[in-house]
Design a protein around this ligand. Structure first.
Ligand code: PLP
Length: 336
């Protein structure tokens, strides 16, 4: 049988030959001593891309998000976010379990940020009765929202409001690269609308591992302590940072291709193209377990988001021919 076409997630990519070479050739040192030149280069480059003072390499997006939120929220305070946000859906209650941070959610329209809806829920810090809202977490692009890109005017409105309200903004930018590729909004603009931001290299950018947290120099110094406490202090990880630097040079510029492939899938499967903003396509109103099983039997892996929804994610490891094959299989199964 032909090789499986894996559309479950953009996390399934394997390092390319060029990336492996860059990893093998990386200059390394002990990063807990802050002596790994490749990690430092990645941190400096990422901080500059997002217009922040400093950055910290962390093993995962989950660690980046959780430390990022802890930097701007004390135990007993809360982070407010939408109900489908990754930070409250897929991070195993980490904010509460590890940091004593409370989370509160608002139901959004498919993950789309509505600054007014969030800010009216914020609770003040100087009230003896209430759980104080210290931060708002925003996800861009939005995973459970089918890869939607947050509207810049809403991000700006939230940011402007947050400055006078003394509430911090954390950006879960696991796929900020896709948002940037789709909207054309500079990474520095997105970075300028957040106090802390976690960005991943192991999703659309195709590295085996690695995320970077960006923030002020003072906050990143504190983040370094938290990373060590959590067991995220790593040694000669220039080999991993080299993959991230390679991805910035070689994979960031090609993300538009993944978005085009997602639009192609949507077109073939009768999905409204307006719902496809980046590399994800959501099929709704179907018998998800049956379709997923049948697709798998024919060599196409998809992700079941619920009993009636399936998510398809395009990425580096599925070329146009594979996307067309997957579209043929799914179109036949769905009779579209
Ligand atoms: C939006 C979003 N944030 C954070 C993460 C967490 O990343 P990791 O799996 O590296 O912990 C993911 C993972 O897919 C994600 O989709």
């Amino acid at each position: 049988m032909a090789e499986l076409i894996d559309l479950r997630s953009d996390t399934v990519t394997r390092p390319t030959a060029g990336m492996r070479r860059a990893m093998a050739e990386a200059e390394v040192g002990d990063d807990v001593y802050v002596e790994d030149p490749t990690v430092r280069a990645l941190e400096e480059r990422t901080a500059a891309l997002f217009g922040h003072e400093a950055a910290l390499f962390v093993p995962s997006g989950t660690m980046g998000n959780q430390i990022g939120m802890r930097l701007v929220c004390e135990p007993g305070q809360e982070v407010l976010c939408d109900a489908d946000a990754h930070v409250v859906t897929y991070e195993m209650g980490a904010a509460a379990a590890i940091f004593g941070i409370s989370t509160r959610t608002v139901v959004s329209s498919g993950g789309r940020l509505d600054a007014g809806q969030l800010t009216e829920q914020v609770r003040p810090k100087d009230n003896w009765h209430l759980t104080a809202t210290a931060a708002i977490a925003v996800e861009n692009s939005h995973n459970r929202g089918g890869g939607l890109v947050q509207p810049l005017d809403q991000l700006q409105a939230l940011w402007d409001w947050s400055r006078q309200a003394d509430v911090a903004v954390h950006l879960d930018g696991a796929r900020i690269w896709n948002a940037h590729a789709s909207s054309g909004v500079p990474l520095s603009t997105y970075g300028g609308l957040a106090d802390t931001a976690s960005v991943c290299f192991s999703k659309g950018l195709g590295t085996p591992v690695g995320s970077v947290l960006v923030a002020s120099a003072e906050r990143i110094a504190t983040a370094r302590l938290w990373r060590k406490r959590l067991g995220g202090g790593m040694r000669q990880v220039g080999v991993l940072a080299a993959a991230c630097l390679y991805a910035l040079d070689h994979h960031l510029p090609r993300l538009g291709e993944d978005h085009e492939h997602a639009r192609l899938l949507a077109k073939r499967l009768g999905v409204d193209p307006a719902t496809v903003e980046t590399n994800m396509v959501v099929l709704e109103g179907i018998e998800a377990p049956l379709v997923a099983e049948a697709a798998k039997a024919r060599g196409v892996l998809v992700s079941q988001v619920s009993a009636s929804r399936i998510r398809l994610v395009t990425h580096l490891d599925v070329d146009r021919a594979a996307v067309e094959r997957a579209a043929d299989v799914l179109a036949e199964l769905l009779d579209r």
